[in-house]
Structures are given as C-alpha cells and as structure tokens.
Design a binder for this molecule. Structure first.
Ligand code: MN
Length: 228
C-alpha cells in the first residue's frame, strides 16, 4: 500500500444516464466558440484559433445540487454548454478519428465571475479565478454516445426561473467537437476521464441567489442548479 502522508483526494465522478459513474480526470473549456457570443463579448469570431482554459475536476456540481454564490464577485454569469466526456485519448488525434474517443455527452454550465474575468483580461492575467473557482461547473448526467450518437445539430438552451435566457443550436459551434478534440490533442495528451466544455452561445447574463437554472441539450440531457 502506498504510504500517502495525507488522505488522497476522492475521485470526482458524474452519474451516467442509465447507471454507473463516469470518473473525471480534467476539465477543459473552449472560449468563444459561438460567433454571436464572441460578438457580445466584444470580439471578432472570424479571426481566432480556438483557445482553452481549465477548471479543477472538483469544481463540478452534480446531481442537481445547489451552487453556493461564490465569494469576491457581484457579477456571476451563466454559460450554457455541451460537454464532451472522453473514454480514451491521445496526442494529435486526427479530426476523422476524434469521435472514437468520445464516451458520452452532457449538458453543463460554465459559471463565470465575469467581473474577475474582466479584470484579468484587462491586466493580461490568467482567467483561473474568474473561471475555475469552487462549484463553478454544474453538470447533468452523462449520456453514453452509444445511445445518443454524436450530435452536430440540436437545440441548446437555458432558462432562469422558467424564463428563456439562452437559446441556440449546436450547428452554430465555430469549432465542431471533432475539430476541438483534434486541436486540443495537439496541445496536450488527452486521456480517458477528460471533459471538454465546448463553449456557450449568446445570452450570457448575471444570476443572483435564489435563481433556478435549467438547461438542456436536445438528445443529450439536462442540467439544473439553484444559486444559494
Ligand atoms: Mn464558457
């Protein structure tokens, strides 16, 4: 037995629709992957290569649990996203082979301390504390790709307290899921257990304590959390 000097951290795992748990290794996120969202954030979507940031695996909020309103912000934003769950990985994965590495898909929320992210952008500093904070990644059940297939189109939407806030279609992703996997695997070796949040469509806005967020991705599933 390994002589750990402290208790090793628990494995973070996301429930799978139909049973079982998907153990999470890392959480990658794609920035500005829908043109209308890139524009609402003040950027030209036509000129950018994909770029990535990360959240720690234990930022995931599962089973519809409440999300505590985070510290040090007064501008907590929702970003509704399709999440890809990898069953295997590799380096320089060709786009045509990318789907083979996908175990399943989920609906997720890339919650963002927009004020801290804005300050970091202005100062040329990392986004980590605007993006990768505790409870920043609510996620629904993972749908196995063997059942869902690999969606390249379908409605992605979010309501807050029952009112529509974000609504778009997966066909509007600037970088498709296979293109994203191919590109990211050129930067790091992807591995089983990795999640990729694929970016949010337009309509991001602030939430406050008491708000109930309910998102869905057609053919994949739902995500729900209440801000407390
Ligand atoms: Mn995002």
């Amino acid at each position: 037995m390994t002589n750990y000097v402290i208790e090793p951290p628990a494995v973070v795992a996301v429930p799978v629709a139909g049973g079982g748990m998907f153990p999470v290794r890392r959480v990658f996120c794609v920035g500005r992957n829908y043109a209308a969202h890139a524009r609402e954030m003040g950027h030209d979507p036509d000129r950018e290569e994909p770029f990535f940031f990360m959240k720690p695996a234990d930022a995931l909020v599962i089973n519809g649990a409440d999300m505590p309103y985070p510290t040090r912000t007064s501008d907590l934003h929702h970003e509704m996203e399709l999440v890809v769950a990898l069953g295997s990985g590799g380096v320089d994965i060709p786009e045509a082979e990318a789907e083979r590495h996908i175990w399943g898909y989920a609906a997720g929320l890339d919650m963002t301390r927009r004020d801290l992210q804005g300050e970091a952008k202005k100062a040329g500093r990392p986004w980590d504390m605007g993006k990768g904070f505790d409870f920043s990644a609510p996620i629904g059940e993972i749908a196995p790709a063997t059942q869902s297939g690999h969606p390249s189109a379908g409605v992605i939407e979010l309501t807050v307290n029952g009112k529509p806030r974000q609504s778009s279609d997966l066909s509007k992703l600037i970088w498709s899921v296979p293109e994203t996997i191919a590109y990211l695997s050129g930067l790091v070796a992807l591995a089983a257990g990795d999640l990729i949040f694929t970016g949010t469509p337009e309509g991001v806005a602030a939430v406050v304590r008491g708000d109930v967020l309910e998102g869905s991705v057609a053919g994949i599933g739902t995500v729900r959390t209440r801000i407390v």
